[in-house]
Design a protein around this ligand. Structure first.
Ligand code: FAD
Length: 467
């Protein structure tokens, strides 16, 4: 039986990064993945294919709607959806092959098959055909990720009622796509099809979209997406569904109890994701899950079993690839005897709609709830020369800073390239910068980044320069 210092179950961004970091630290490492391609949800059916379709569909949208205003006249424009999907598939396989290369480069043994605990140091790996192998491992990191969540009365038939996985691989552009759930995944995939011409209706139980983010972002994004033709039904609970032939009908109730109904050719369920621990044999090693199925860990990502750790989506918290990656590095360093630390408050959140949405730190309502006195500064994108030059003038940036010390406590933005701009705020907050610090840093002109500086100046003492 092969023996290892560390085995990792799951090859998503949590698992494969943990494996690489362990190998860098001199450990003998195995990684177990049930699918033949590595990279987990993120590379196969998540971040990467969704961003491929988002970028392709945004090119199409711009060609159709915006090129003319730049003096570019196109005729015979047509969306070849099959080619668009093919490009996405190619990108996915290049990216997953890249992970395979990294495993080889770092001397990590890859086992393809379903991993489960026989006991606390032995894993069984069942291959597709029924054969199995066993490996021995001093420590094991569980990084088995998550699966799409469902509603009890609306099972996924994967044809008309679909999850994000099927939405990334539809063979046709829906005429009408119903999206249940106004979070990042629903809005991103809704954006892909809206740009390609589908009617898109988002039904959200909360009274605003992206309900976990700052309320100002929800309002601004909804305004922008409405301009792009999205329909929204907020404070609306889907209560029943029927699928007949090629149509899906939903019954719902709004907050006043009024009955509503919707019919479309596809319904995307984007109601969150659930932890994936099926068949792991956790009961054999005494590792417990909470009432929602997440594996509980302590501040060192350690489960109830001393030599078994868990990271990424399967442990809950922000279900994001970069959070899983940070935990992958941290758990490897902890196993190595180091003292890693993750500040979960500084994990940025991004929604890749257009305009993009990004945030880090505390929202206004969190600061209010915590009784922290704060000041707020804002800057609208349309006041930027760069935004006007490109025509992307929607959105704004908000900086929240401590009333007394001026320390930046949260940065929230809607606008072109927000996903990249947010890193400035993360760096500033990692170094506990004040709003004045950001406001006094020289930002290149003309760039979108000037809006961060201007919002910071506004938060510092209400003196933005270009507004
Ligand atoms: P996963 O990536 O889920 O990987 C877990 C792996 O474990 C899987 O490959 C699974 O097959 C394997 N596995 C499970 N059980 C076993 C077993 N018993 N034996 C062997 N293998 C097993 N996050 C972002 O940060 N940015 C984004 O833009 C973004 N976009 C997304 C878009 C979509 C459509 C979706 C669905 C998700 C998106 N996410 C995004 C979320 C991101 O994909 C996840 O947070 C991330 O993949 C979690 O990483 P992980 O390593 O915890 O688990």
């Amino acid at each position: 039986m092969n023996t290892y210092d560390v085995s990792v179950i799951g090859s998503g961004p949590g698992g494969y990064i943990a494996a690489i970091r362990c190998a860098q630290l001199g450990k003998k490492v195995a990684i177990v993945e049930r699918y033949p391609t590595l990279g987990g949800t993120c590379l196969n059916v998540g971040c990467i294919p969704s961003k491929a379709l988002l970028d392709s569909s945004e090119h199409y949208y711009n060609a159709e709607k915006n090129c003319k205003t730049h003096g570019i006249e196109l005729t015979g424009l047509r969306c070849n959806f099959k080619s668009m999907r093919k490009r996405k598939d190619k990108l996915v396989s290049q990216t997953t092959d890249g992970v395979r290369y990294l495993m080889d480069k770092n001397g990590i043994d890859v086992y393809t098959g379903w991993g489960s605990f026989r006991d606390a140091t032995q894993l069984q790996i069942k291959k597709e055909g029924g054969d199995s192998v066993e490996i021995q491992s001093a420590k094991t990191i569980i990084a088995t990720g998550s699966k799409p969540g469902t509603l009890p009365f609306l099972p996924l038939d994967k044809k008309r009622v679909i999850s994000s996985t099927e939405a990334l691989d539809l063979k046709e552009i829906p005429e009408h796509l119903l999206v249940i759930g106004g979070g990042a995944i629903g809005l991103e995939l809704g954006s892909v099809y809206r740009r390609l011409g589908s009617q898109v209706t988002v039904i959200e139980y909360a009274d605003r979209i992206i309900p976990t983010m700052d309320a100002a972002l929800s309002k601004e994004l909804m305004k922008c997406l409405k301009k792009r033709g999205f329909a929204f039904e907020l404070s609306t609970q889907v209560t029943g569904a029927t699928v007949q032939d090629d149509k899906v009908s939903l019954e719902a109730k709004d907050k006043k109890g009024k009955s509503l109904s919707f019919t479309a050719d596809y319904c995307l369920l984007a109601v969150g994701r659930k932890p994936y621990t099926e068949g792991l044999g956790l009961e054999r090693v005494g590792v417990q899950t909470d009432d929602r199925g997440f594996i509980g860990v302590d501040e060192h990502w350690q489960t109830q079993r001393e030599n078994i750790y868990a990271i990424g989506d399967v442990t809950g918290g922000a279900m994001l690839a970069h959070k899983a990656e940070e935990e992958g590095v941290a758990v490897a360093e902890h196993i190595d005897g180091q003292k890693p630390h993750i500040d979960y408050n500084l994990i940025p959140h991004v929604v890749y709609t257009w305009p993009e949405v990004a945030a880090v730190g505390q929202t206004e309502s969190q600061l209010e709830e915590a009784g922290i006195a704060y000041k707020s500064g804002e800057f609208p994108m349309r006041a930027l020369g760069r935004a006007r030059a490109s025509g992307d003038v929607d959105g704004a940036i908000k900086v929240l800073a401590d009333e007394k010390t001026d320390e930046v406590l949260g940065v929230h933005m809607v606008g072109a390239r927000a996903a990249d701009l947010i890193v400035e705020a993360v760096v500033a907050m990692e170094f506990r910068a004040s709003a004045e610090d950001i406001g006094r840093i020289c930002h290149p002109h003309p760039t979108y980044s000037e809006a961060v500086k201007e919002a910071a100046l506004d938060a510092f003492n209400g003196r933005p320069l270009n507004r």
